[in-house]
Write a protein that binds this ligand. Structure first.
Ligand SMILES: [Zn+2]
Length: 694
């Protein structure tokens, strides 16, 4: 089993921005996942250097173009290294191995009768490095750059792309998985069905590029040149043995704007040259900055190193993978980045690491060992999560994979709350039970860390070390090491807080570029946590009865489906972490505990009754950054048409629960009258979906 994947190679006329980093990070997650499953993986990235923009840029700064490219290679490699991008090879299109591959492939196309010479006359956008047809222009300007294209007339060589319409359509039909996601596939199908024109593949009178093997006065057009890197990087033109070993590529990860080149032009070139076609092309979406396209002129370009410097490379990787559905567009803002850091890492995963190591130290001298009682329910959750994780990752639904891993983290934190190790520790009769609980929690944490390894390689390694894993992370294999181990005692390791919580309301969170050292996370201070609980026993983790709240596992799927009619009746299922008048003095929540509950403004877009239920209403709500289904027990008090358009408050970070077979992703806040009639909470006009409520 082997897997060869690539990303697009980058123009070097500017340093990588967050959108570029998004592509490399997500491809890296796929590469690391494949390695974790034991598949021999070859991951190639590189730089696209034969661009006229690069040439001009270098010349403008009085630099030799190649020296400029050398310098930029260092810049790019530095960024990728700091983001833990683990490519196996890095190709530059000025390398001799690439030149050999390009010349061989162009020659092969010519031998197949697919290259002919003619005169090209038409529009050319220098910034796109692409010829433009009249229909592509807006008011005579490039639709992308809003600049006037040049009218050029020169001798060109053409590639008979028109000849490949039928073979391409046949290939798409025989390999429906070739273009992902589906929306991209449909675009390409429509494009090819409409007919293909031959394309120019050379530029005359230029020196910066790879000369055509049969006409030294022309160089290969930069796009034709660049695509060939995927083959030349694995030996095409220089090392037939290596090429036979890795080709065809298993996956090209690219941006959705260049699917035409990768799904139409590139496979046609390969067909012409008699080479195998890549198995899959994945066109990912854009990362916007606060809803706007990242653009230098708009000042919306985020430097990935600023983000990594601020909170760490792993938190940035987690954000990019988990917050953006892979294949769709997503958004980045400093506020949201910090918020996710606090919620997922400081409060959730980091807190779990601190709690289990502290409890293990306090109660068992850091030794956790299984008992004759056998594993509790966490073992089942871990098994379910592993299956969901593999299913998601195999489909490249990377965000779902990350969510699955966090489902296990959530369940483990809940399990600590439920089983209350600090209470067990007070009773000698519970000693065995305490040992088993500690073992189970450590084991669940260990598995979560294995699952998160592709996304957060450094942090995962550190968590595994603390969870008693003694092998090197590179030796771990998913099937074996993400399975529940019921019988191996481990020695846990204590360490510093992995992700100190950020202070709320820190100034200047919206600024873009700032230097690293001034923006490191601010650790907890006594001011912020006046009643900071001992790490092993936060107040919210006390037994539910003593906190006066009657639902210990309020949104666990099992509870919800067992009681579909009442599970969401307002007033009876607030999470145990919600403050309330029933909480007796001395059992109050810390602000940290309360802040774990993510309350947000939402707008109801549609509402319909759930079949066979008097109370349940299925709502489709807008959270600004996403839309989702929430099932609410408000059907006895409201008609669907009374609900549509209302602005409400929901708990946005509940785990999904199934109610009458429908997955609910959140809970609506409502007051409850004495007779149990729910009354929705409204918010003032002007509140926008997604706004945080606190
Ligand atoms: Zn353009």
């Amino acid at each position: 089993m082997s897997f060869y994947l690539t990303t697009a190679i980058d123009y070097v006329n500017s340093r990588p921005h967050l959108g570029t980093a998004y592509e490399k990070v997500t491809a890296d997650v796929i590469a690391r996942y494949k390695r974790l499953t034991g598949v021999e993986t070859h991951f190639v990235m590189g730089n696209d250097e034969h661009s006229q923009n690069v040439y001009k840029r270098a010349r403008d700064s009085g630099e030799d173009p190649l020296a400029y490219c050398d310098r930029m290679e260092t810049v790019f490699r530095d960024v990728w290294s700091r983001l833990s991008v683990s490519f196996d090879d890095f190709i530059r299109t000025t390398e001799p191995r690439h030149k050999a591959g390009v010349q061989r492939l162009v020659q092969a196309c010519r031998a197949a009768g697919d290259v002919y010479d003619g005169v090209y006359e038409g529009w050319y956008c220098v910034s796109c490095e692409a010829f433009k047809q009249e229909k592509d222009l807006e008011d005579g300007k490039c639709a992308v750059h809003l600049t006037q294209p040049e009218w050029i007339r020169e001798k060109n060589y053409f590639f008979r792309l028109s000849r490949y319409q039928r073979p391409l359509l046949d290939y798409y039909a025989a390999h429906p998985e070739f273009i992902q996601p589906e929306v991209r596939r449909n675009e390409i199908l429509r494009l090819v069905e409409a007919g293909l024109e031959d394309i120019s593949i050379s530029r005359a009178g230029q020196s910066w590029g790879i000369p055509l093997p049969f006409d030294g006065s022309s160089v290969v057009y930069v796009w034709f040149d660049a695509l060939i890197n995927y083959a030349s990087a694995v030996g095409y033109g220089t090392d037939d043995e290596q090429f036979a070993r890795w080709w065809p590529a298993d996956l090209h990860v690219i941006g959705k704007d260049i699917t035409r080149f990768h799904c139409v032009v590139w496979p046609a070139m390969l067909l012409s040259a008699g080479l195998g076609l890549p198995k899959q092309v994945f066109g990912h979406g854009w990362v916007h900055f606060k809803g706007q396209k990242m653009s230098k002129s708009l000042g919306t370009v985020v430097d990935p190193l600023d983000a990594a410097d601020r909170l760490g490379a792993d938190p940035l990787r987690l954000y990019l993978v988990k917050e953006i559905p892979y294949g769709g567009d997503g958004d980045f803002s400093w506020e949201r980045f910090e918020e996710r850091y606090n919620v997922d890492l400081a409060n959730n995963l980091g807190n779990l690491v601190s709690r289990i190591t502290s409890m293990a130290e306090k109660y068992r001298g850091l030794q956790v060992a299984p008992t004759a009682l056998g594993p509790g329910r966490l073992a089942e959750v871990a098994t379910d999560v592993l299956a969901a994780y593999i299913d998601a990752m195999e489909r490249f639904a990377l965000h779902e994979g990350a969510f699955a891993a966090f489902r296990l983290v959530d369940a483990t934190n809940e399990y600590i709350a439920e089983s209350a190790p600090w209470a067990l520790a007070r009773n000698p009769a519970d000693a065995e039970r305490l040992s088993q609980v500690l073992y189970d929690v450590a084991e669940a944490l260990r598995i979560a860390a294995v699952l998160l390894q592709p996304v957060m390689p450094s942090a995962s390694g550190e968590i595994l070390r603390r969870a008693g894993e003694t092998r090197d992370v590179s030796e771990l294999r998913l099937a074996r090491d993400a399975a529940w181990v019921a019988d191996v005692p481990r020695t846990l390791v204590k360490g510093a807080n992995l992700w100190p919580r950020l202070e709320p309301g820190r100034p200047d969170t919206t600024a873009t570029a700032t230097t690293a050292t001034t923006e490191t996370p601010v650790p907890n201070t006594p001011d912020w946590k006046p009643n900071a609980p001992a790490p092993e026993a936060p107040l919210a983790d006390r037994p539910a009865e003593s906190a006066g709240i009657d639902v210990p596992a309020p949104h666990a799927a099992t509870t919800a489906s067992a009681q579909p009619e009442t599970a969401l009746a307002p007033g009876h299922h607030q999470p145990a972490t919600m403050p309330g008048s029933q909480v007796p003095d001395g059992e109050r929540l810390s602000i940290d505990e309360f802040m774990k509950v993510e309350l947000r403004v939402a707008r109801i877009l549609t509402a319909e009754r759930v079949a066979k239920s008097k109370k349940l209403m299925k709502l489709w709500v807008d959270l600004g950054y996403e839309q989702r289904t929430v099932v609410a027990g408000i059907g006895a008090a409201y008609e669907p048409e009374q609900l549509v358009g209302r602005t409400i408050v929901i708990v946005a970070n509940l785990k999904p629960a199934k109610l009458m077979g429908i997955e609910s992703n959140g809970m609506i806040l409502a007051a409850s009258s004495d007779d149990g009639r729910p009354m929705l909470l409204s918010v003032e006009e002007g509140a926008q979906p997604g706004m945080k409520v606190r």
